[in-house]
Design a protein around this ligand. Structure first.
Ligand code: 5GP
Length: 202
């Protein structure tokens, strides 16, 4: 059986990646969404083990010490990381997996998993990003400013990604994302077994 494809998606906060991924995951039942661990406090409405594994600093560090993280990073005053076990299991079972992570973690993944597909979602502009973050009303003004400054650093790293798309209009962004999935499925490395199959099935 083929191993699943590992997708890594990054976008500055407020870019709408959550909404895009929600639809993509609904339309693609073979894709597993990796739930991250974080030391950040839950926002209103967020559920432990659904949105994140909300860990104390000590619990998070324990997982790192046990070599239980695929990658991790410190971002805007908190730790975020991908628990290794669930991702490795799903990939081995042939499921594709999506990691929704920031750029430091994404680049660690690319180094350790060269076949991973990195997708960066750009906002139409920084001012539009500011407008969206203000509208969301989940962060204080201070946190918003910090995230906007972080967004610029993140956008500069987009050049290291395999695909770059923009979320200007949601419908179009979903079509673009699904086109990336379709194109990745046709990559040479993901189809070498088919050559054998055809040759052996004369
Ligand atoms: P938020 O606090 O808005 O949920 O997430 C802040 C940033 O952390 C986002 O860019 C998000 O993609 C990223 N993030 C979420 N989970 C992980 C993870 O497991 N690893 C890394 N490196 N970043 C993550």
């Amino acid at each position: 059986m083929n191993k699943g494809i590992l997708y890594v998606v990054s976008a500055p906060s407020g870019c709408g990646k959550g909404t895009i991924l929600e639809t993509v995951l609904k339309n693609n039942s073979n894709i597993f969404y990796s739930v991250s661990a974080t030391t950040r406090l839950p926002r209103e409405g967020e559920i432990d083990r659904v949105n994140y594994f909300f860990y104390s600093q000590k619990e998070f560090q324990k997982l790192i010490d046990e070599d239980g993280m695929l990658e991790y990073a410190f971002f805007c005053d908190n730790y975020y990381g991908t628990p290794k076990k669930q991702v490795e299991e799903k990939l081995a079972q042939g499921f594709d997996v999506i990691l929704e992570i920031e750029t430091n973690g994404a680049l660690q993944i690319k180094k350790n998993f060269p076949d991973a597909i990195l997708i960066f979602i750009l906002p139409p502009s920084i001012s539009e990003l500011r407008r969206r973050l203000n509208k969301r009303r989940t962060e204080t003004q201070e946190v918003i400013e910090k995230r906007l400054s972080e967004a610029k650093t993140e956008i500069m790293r987009a050049e290291n990604y395999d695909y770059i798309m923009m979320n200007e209009e949601l419908e179009k962004a979903i079509v673009d994302f699904e086109a990336i999935i379709a194109s990745t499925k046709l990559l040479r490395n993901n189809n070498l077994n088919k050559i054998e199959e055809v040759l052996n099935n004369a």
